[in-house]
Write a protein that binds this ligand. Structure first.
Ligand code: PLP
Length: 378
């Protein structure tokens, strides 16, 4: 007898498919449904890749200089010393998450996570035979897990996935709360997996890494967001000493190595802050435009967008079916958004996620189109 597949497809893909179809029919579509930069890799990283392509046939390879450079990032930005050997280079944050979960936990383990949260957490935990324990998180905790949540779980879960800044909300876990989470987890034997893929994309100052408070945490990161290299499929896992061998063994069997070209380009990208900070400045401008415009549309119940490039908006006063609302909005205005169901299977039917990772003129155009649409429904 066939057992039901525990991994659900990404429902937003249906919306995205419709957006593409309308675009093919000649409609002007603004893509605010994607969680990815609309810009490419830094120019110097592309130049490096072009040179490498012309001179190096490529091989299975793990770049020692890149691991050392990533270790340097933790020393410079977070004041923590990470031995380069603890860094496993991966084909993006997504495989790093799989390595983290499969190295630290076993089938049957319970893994806590915030709801709303990134869809892959729930799906990967289930695919690995573990059990997600979703904690309903609302505005009172900035849609984030707290130390109090973790202290109240009985029995304690084997692990917890945290994300700061988070997808779909963009909210962060303040440093004092992160420290409290680390203390509870250490006392209760809960292993932390911290997804820090939106590191560097903050509008409220520096965001702490879990490694500052929990040296045995597994930290997932990559080049898709801040470094604007989504298609290059490059990321990393920082594993603690007791798990790095397990993570490396899984990397070898599941994926072998990260793409050689991307590793060369990624090393250069890490020293492209002036260019990359122009993206952050654009996101900040886009966020300000959105925050100024949303109240007049009646979209006042939003998560504080501390970082990343998202706004998680409660549209419960308009609908109980965010997918239908997103589809109507798309058909009427050409603005594509992500309905909330993927991120929150319980309450997500009354949320939309707007991504403002597009250009500022496109944000302006999107706001000009959607403002009267929402106002007509006030
Ligand atoms: C929270 C979060 N983690 C991980 C990923 C996957 O990142 P990558 O492209 O590095 O696999 C995403 C992508 O949207 C994300 O939002």
């Amino acid at each position: 007898m066939q057992r039901p597949d525990p991994v659900e497809p990404f429902h937003a893909i249906a919306l995205s498919r419709l957006a593409r179809q309308l675009e093919a029919e000649g409609r002007s579509i603004i893509h605010m449904e994607f969680g990815q930069p609309s810009t490419g890799a830094p120019a110097a990283a592309i130049a490096r890749a072009q040179h490498v392509l012309a001179t190096d046939p490529g091989s299975y390879w793990e770049s020692e200089p890149l691991k050392a450079r990533i270790a340097q990032l933790y020393a410079d930005r977070h004041g923590v010393s990470v031995a380069p050997e603890r860094i496993v280079l991966t084909c993006g944050a997504s495989p790093a998450l799989v390595l983290a979960l499969s190295s630290a936990f076993r089938p049957g383990d319970v893994i806590a996570m915030a709801r709303p949260g990134y869809v892959a957490y729930r799906n990967n935990v289930r695919a690995l035979g573990m059990t997600p324990h979703e904690i309903a998180c609302g505005p009172d905790s900035r849609y984030q897990i707290t130390a109090a949540h973790l202290a109240a779980l009985d029995p304690a879960p084997a692990g917890v996935i945290i994300a700061s800044p988070a997808n779909p909300t963009g909210t962060i876990i303040p440093a004092d709360e992160l420290a409290a989470i680390a203390t509870v987890c250490s006392e209760r034997g809960i292993r932390i997996v911290s997804d820090e893929i939106y590191r560097g994309l903050s509008f409220v100052g520096p965001v702490a890494s879990a490694l500052e408070f929990a040296p045995d945490a597994l930290v997932v990161n990559g080049f898709s967001k801040y470094f604007s290299m989504v298609g290059w499929r490059l990321g990393w896992l920082v594993a603690p000493d007791d798990l790095v061998g397990a993570a490396r063994a899984r990397m070898g069997s599941l994926f072998l190595t990260a793409p050689y070209l991307s590793q060369h380009a990624g090393l250069v990208a890490m020293d492209c802050a002036p260019e990359l900070e122009t993206h952050v400045a654009r996101y900040a401008a886009n966020r300000a435009l959105m925050l100024a415009a949303l109240p007049a549309m009646g979209l006042t119940r939003i998560a504080p967008p501390d970082g990343a490039f998202y706004i998680w908006a409660d549209v419960g006063h308009l609908t109980n079916d965010a997918m239908a609302l997103a589809e109507q909005l798309l058909r009427d205005t050409g603005v594509a958004t992500a309905p909330g169901y993927d991120f929150d299977p319980v309450d997500g039917h009354r949320f939309l996620r707007f991504s403002f990772a597009v250009s500022t003129p496109l944000v302006e155009e999107a706001l000009a189109r959607i403002t009267p649409w929402f106002q007509a429904r006030l």
